[in-house]
Design a protein around this ligand. Structure first.
Ligand code: FAD
Length: 596
């Protein structure tokens, strides 16, 4: 099993050569003072050391041990407390946080690289800082000044962690029907009562306090999603002077036994009149929670790439070492009993598919992060609104497409190992088990597809879609005379046209067929994702081509050849997806319940 190494070379390529991130940062005055190319590079280097040297070595043993529950207390696997302390001491929890409350104010384009490393090294562990960062974001955006001052500094430092409490036994996707209640007290606080399930790191021994952001309903709140409010509910009360007081009245009833991410605690949380404080406005909790959820959704997409990168690293090493059969063109290493399996076209198909998804996916997540940075930090209203539209459109694609391809990549990696991929010691089966949840939590991938197709595309009558289409079209136009890009621009333009046609087709169908959106959604999101990654690969070609001549490292030439493979073998999937979408909803809805 290969030791996880942070893919720093590729991250630097994506950041500096594809997106010229230093120029982007310099154009955003609010972050220009926080980050320069040297600082960013030092952060990447250090993040690589910590994730590869501290988190990755714990990954397998922690999966064997899992978390332990005893009378409401949760003990994390051996080594997690010390590793968490390392993350706290390095200030990693607050890397992207608001400097007014102790965060480091680094741009998302950079933070996304750290997140990928952490998730690739140890996904179960990585969930704790990820949820804390998301909780901080929601609190910073919607909390009162008092709540922010009291909680954010210790959360950014990681001394306290955050958890997100939405799901209830009867309410997962449909949060409008939650039953948890919040009764107002005279002192401005609320008593929160109800049961939440599946709460990641809801209870643990890593941090001194755990700050829960809980969705609940006020008395006489309107029915459905418009009657949900958001509350901050700490495990330990926080005194005026910031010290910790008595324990709040809620506890962890049990933790789940599960398929993957076994080293993270998935908790049942029982709130019994627990004291909480409103975050944002009454009955607008879902919108406030979406600040956190959108952040987490890109984060979950990044988990998909992290697991996929780890799988690629393992499979690449194995394919070079494992010898079986001879190359179809004759022995490549006649001195050995057989050739490395890397010589076989089918093994190359697997490795190149993985590389196409991983590197294209990393470029795409950085592209989305770029829009997040602009939407948060641009001073010009028009520039900011344009970026907000892009973020709204691209977030569900990043969550679902990157996790679907992430799982696919972990399974392909397992296949490269043959039978050994099924055996625990090689690590591939854990990657498959861990990655599977990324398609389910933070809104299932089916729901992401509905969000993209229904709310973002049909809901805006194609307005958001046009932002993306224009970006691709402008790139094609700008580079039309570049000989290195010529072989890619034509198929990219064809894929964009195909996607635009299908977009228009579904918008038209949706007018009089209520099932049109749901029937098209998942295939549409896939088609969008494949097209977006083709755009990313074309951008990568533009950055790599001038440096490919005389490149003995194989990095730039490898980029160009992988781009070729992506366009030849993966982008054509959009043709069959378009065909399926055009068939409409009839065959899907024709069966009665007893015919399925
Ligand atoms: C390990 C783990 C960790 C988790 N961590 C957290 C956490 O930290 N905090 C938290 O609050 N929750 C957490 N969750 C919960 C998770 O977000 C939910 O499980 C998920 O959102 C789906 O909800 P559900 O399980 O109730 O499925 P359901 O909502 O019952 O959905 C079942 C199926 O029906 C489909 N479906 C439902 N409604 C529609 C619709 N309108 N249109 C089309 N299809 C539909 C879904 O896509 C899915 O395929 C976690 C879950 C797990 C397993």
């Amino acid at each position: 099993m290969a030791d996880y190494q942070a893919p720093l070379r590729d991250m630097r390529f994506v950041l500096n050569e594809v997106f010229d991130a230093p120029s982007l940062w310099a154009s955003l005055p609010k972050i220009a003072d926080n980050v320069d190319p040297d600082t960013a590079d030092a952060i990447l280097e250090e993040a690589g050391k910590i994730t590869g040297g501290v988190l990755a070595p714990l990954n397998r043993e922690a999966d064997e041990q899992g978390c332990k529950w005893n009378d409401g207390e949760v003990t994390s696997p051996e080594g997690f407390k010390e590793a968490y302390q390392t993350i706290v001491e390095g200030g990693w929890n607050g890397l992207g946080g608001n400097p007014d409350f102790g965060g480091m104010g680094m741009p998302k384009t950079l933070v996304a690289q750290f997140e990928e490393m952490m998730q690739g090294a140890n996904m179960a562990f990585g969930l704790a800082p990820m949820l804390t960062a998301g909780a901080c974001l929601a609190l910073d955006a919607h909390g009162s000044q008092e709540l922010k001052e009291r909680y954010l500094p210790n959360m950014y430092s990681g001394v306290w962690s955050g958890a997100m409490d939405l799901t209830e036994p009867h309410a997962g996707t449909d949060l409008g029907i939650i039953r948890t209640k919040a009764e107002p007290n005279d002192d401005g606080s609320y008593n929160v009562t109800g049961t939440k399930i599946f709460i990641t790191w809801g209870e643990h021994d890593l941090a001194e306090n755990i700050v829960h952001l809980v969705l609940a309903k006020l008395p006489n709140a309107p029915k459905g999603p418009k009657g949900i409010s958001l509350f901050l509910v700490p495990k330990f009360m926080v005194n005026e002077d910031g010290s910790l007081g008595e324990r709040n009245s809620f506890s962890c009833g049990s933790i789940e036994k599960k398929m993957g991410i076994k080293a993270s605690a998935t908790c049942v949380m029982n709130f019994d009149g627990a004291k909480g404080w409103l975050v944002g406005e009454e009955n607008k909790g879902l919108a406030a929670m979406f600040t956190m959820m959108n952040y987490e959704r890109l984060g979950v997409g990044i988990q998909g790439i992290g697991a996929a990168e780890a799988s690629l690293q393992n499979a690449r090493e194995y394919a070079n070492d494992r010898i079986q059969s001879r190359a179809p063109t004759g022995a490549q290493q006649p001195e050995k009993a057989a050739d490395p399996i890397l010589v076989h076209p089918d093994v190359r198909r697997m490795l190149l598919t993985m590389k196409g998804y991983v590197e294209g996916g990393r470029t795409f997540s950085t592209y989305v992060a770029k829009w997040l940075d602009i939407s948060k930090y641009a001073e010009d209203d028009e520039r900011r609104q344009h970026a907000e539209g892009m973020v709204a459109l691209l977030t569900p694609v990043a969550k679902a497409f990157l996790t679907d391809r992430g799982l696919e990549t972990t399974i392909i990696g397992q296949q490269v190992f043959g039978g050994h991929g099924f055996i625990r010691e090689w690590g591939q089966e854990q990657l498959v088990r861990d990655c599977r949840i990324t398609q389910i939590y933070e809104g299932t991938n089916g729901i992401q597809a509905m969000d993209l197709m229904g709310r973002k595309v049909v809901g805006s009558q194609g307005k958001f879609y046009e932002l993306f289409a224009q970006d691709v079209a402008a790139f094609i136009e700008e580079n039309s005379t570049d000989p290195a890009l010529r072989p890619y621009l034509e198929p990219l333009a064809a894929a964009l046209e195909r996607l635009s046609d299908v977009t228009e087709h579904v918008i038209n169908q949706a007018t009089d067929n209520p099932n049109a959106v749901g029937a098209a959604a998942v295939d549409y999101l896939d088609m969008f994702g494949y097209t977006a990654l083709a755009f990313m690969w074309a951008k990568s070609v533009k950055a790599a081509a001038p440096k490919a001549e005389g490149d003995t490292s194989g990095f730039y030439t490898g980029k160009l050849k992988t781009a070729r493979f992506y366009f030849d073998r993966l982008l054509p999937k959009t043709v069959s997806l378009a065909e399926g979408i055009r068939s409409g909803s009839e065959s899907m809805m024709a069966l009665a319940a007893n015919e399925i």
